[in-house]
Design a protein around this ligand. Structure first.
Ligand SMILES: Cc1cc2nc3c(=O)[nH]c(=O)nc-3n(C[C@H](O)[C@H](O)[C@H](O)COP(=O)(O)OP(=O)(O)OC[C@H]3O[C@@H](n4cnc5c(N)ncnc54)[C@H](O)[C@@H]3O)c2cc1C
Length: 484
């Protein structure tokens, strides 16, 4: 229900909405949650900073894991997850996930998902590293794009779900210790928005966009972690970030992940700012056999020690590698770079550890419910699911499953018991936040917002990357406080 808009003292219209469930985010997790709420017959609003279906889900590539093969079972899948994820995993979360994902794959297919099948009509399941069975359902290298089209089509056709796109949630609203809504900014209409809701589900994805080098869409900036943490939800394993080698130069390739081991196998060299082939210093006898994580760690150490190029990376140089070897070892990378105007046989790439996915997040139970009443989290925003090492194809798989579970449980709670939201009416946007917004809007001097943003991203790149030490973390904290 939309209540009449009124103006606050910032002269920005404030629009108020009341709903049963507010879902924040429109990736795999948020959209699966929305379908569940709509099917349960309750009122649901989905607010998304990006477009209605957006986020990292749109760019997911190789596929996601589900025990669908004849020689496979959810128990084998569970075994692999627990073996590599370590003790930070909550086994109960992993257990419901490996069973549910099998049903989710079937539902996605019934909605039109085109997973690749072999000539025998069976799913063509890919073998991913650290899995004991081939179990990645895929649509070649564009699985996320295919899933997004399916979810987006179904979402557009469902008039029961109110979609508020280009609307960023800024904070949650609490009353008597429980979450009763959220407020944010509707950039499309230039208004502030206040949502009063029986239950709120945070599905804002990970936090990769906080790092200068990353391969995520720009809206993915860790908002859900902050919203939940401020509301009192513990963060689990939030320091666990999957860094991959990504291009920071040339600009046309920014964020592209060119697989360093492929380059090493082809005979490319890695050089720091001084031109030194530094892998030989770290691995005197085995530089040519370095694994992906060894290269990323060595790269991070060079950057940390101040031996990075002016773009913050290190050189990955294949200019002396013969063309026939390039064609054999890294044909896909060669073609992608050429497509963006860069010939790797002529131009060295500059690469750095970039943030790919976040493994930890807000504490949740098997239904995505956080310890704070009225608040759920799912997808990359939730923690305890992947531990310290997420095996391939797990992120999208878990986002689909826990988004669905959170939506289902939130809807059930709404039906069980309704909270009186009348008291949440006043002071939804705290005075301190209004004053902060007013000062931002009336500011006509000081640093540009874009400069502050770049400085924050570089700070994370330089001090919060794969190498973290007490003194540097303290320095970073002091710097962030100075920005504030
Ligand atoms: C290049 C790349 C390839 C990948 N390939 C794979 C793969 O092959 N297999 C796999 O399993 N995983 C893969 N992943 C990881 C996987 O895609 C993600 O972990 C997963 O899709 C996350 O889904 P999500 O729903 O949690 O979040 P997202 O899909 O990121 O959605 C987040 C949503 O939240 C919204 N949002 C953010 N902040 C706010 C706010 N303040 N207010 C309102 N809305 C907000 C965004 O607009 C967006 O709609 C890949 C990741 C990357 C970067």
């Amino acid at each position: 229900m939309i209540k009449p808009s009124k103006y606050d003292r910032l002269d920005i219209p404030v629009v108020r909405h009341e709903t049963d469930v507010l879902i924040v985010g429109g990736g795999a997790a948020g959209t699966m949650a929305a379908f569940e709420c709509a099917d349960a017959g309750i009122a649901v609003i989905q607010a998304t900073k990006g477009r209605a279906t957006s986020g990292t889900t749109t760019v997911a590539r190789g596929g996601f894991a589900a025990a669908m093969g004849k020689d496979d079972s959810p128990e084998l899948h569970l075994h692999d997850i627990l073996k590599y994820g370590g003790e930070l995993i909550d086994p109960e979360l992993a257990r419901v996930w490996v069973y549910d994902i099998v049903d989710v794959v079937r539902d996605l297919e019934s909605w039109g998902a085109e997973f690749i099948r072999g000539a025998d009509g069976q799913l063509d399941l890919k073998m991913f590293p650290s899995h004991s069975r081939a179990r990645a359902c895929h649509h070649y290298d564009t699985t996320g794009n295919m899933i997004t089209k399916v979810l987006s089509k179904k979402l557009r056709a469902d008039a029961r779900i109110e979609k508020h796109s280009i609307t960023a949630i800024v904070d949650l609203i609490k009353q008597d210790g429980r979450v009763v809504g959220a407020w944010g900014v509707d950039y499309q209409n230039g208004t502030l928005v206040i949502y009063h809701a029986q239950q709120v589900i945070l599905c804002t994805g990970g936090g990769s966009g906080l790092f200068y080098v990353n391969d995520n869409p720009p809206q993915v900036t860790g908002d859900g972690y902050v919203l939940g943490f401020r509301a009192g939800v513990p963060l689990l394993g939030i320091e666990m970030i999957d860094f991959q080698a990504m291009c920071c130069s040339p600009k046309a390739l920014f964020g592209f992940a060119p697989h360093p081991t492929g380059f090493i196998n082809a005979g490319a060299v890695f050089r720091n700012q001084a031109g030194e082939e530094f892998l030989k210093r770290y691995f005197p006898d085995t530089a040519e056999e370095s694994t992906r994580s060894e290269v990323i760690l060595a790269m991070a150490k060079e950057i940390h020690a101040g031996r990075a190029t002016s773009t913050g990376g290190i050189f990955m140089d294949a200019t002396k590698v013969p063309m026939e070897i390039i064609q054999k070892q890294i044909p896909h990378v060669y073609k992608t770079c050429l497509h963006r105007g860069i010939d790797i046989t002529k131009t060295p790439l500059e690469v750095a550890p970039g943030s790919h996915t976040w493994l930890g997040g807000l504490e949740v139970d098997v239904d995505g419910k956080t310890p704070v009443e009225g608040l759920f989290a799912a997808g990359e925003t939730a923690g305890g699911i992947h531990g310290g090492n997420r095996i391939g194809g797990s992120a999208l798989s878990a986002s689909l499953v826990f988004g669905r579970r959170a939506g289902r449980k939130a809807a059930a709670l709404v039906k069980e018991e309704r909270v009186d939201l009348a008291g949440a009416e006043d002071g939804a946007i705290p005075e301190s936040e209004r004053a902060w917004l007013a000062s931002l809007m009336s500011r006509n001097s000081g640093p540009l917002q874009s400069d502050v943003r770049t400085a924050c991203l570089m700070l994370a790149h330089n001090k919060l990357g794969p190498i973290r030490e007490g003194p540097t973390l303290k320095e970073a904290l002091a710097e962030y406080e100075r920005f504030d």
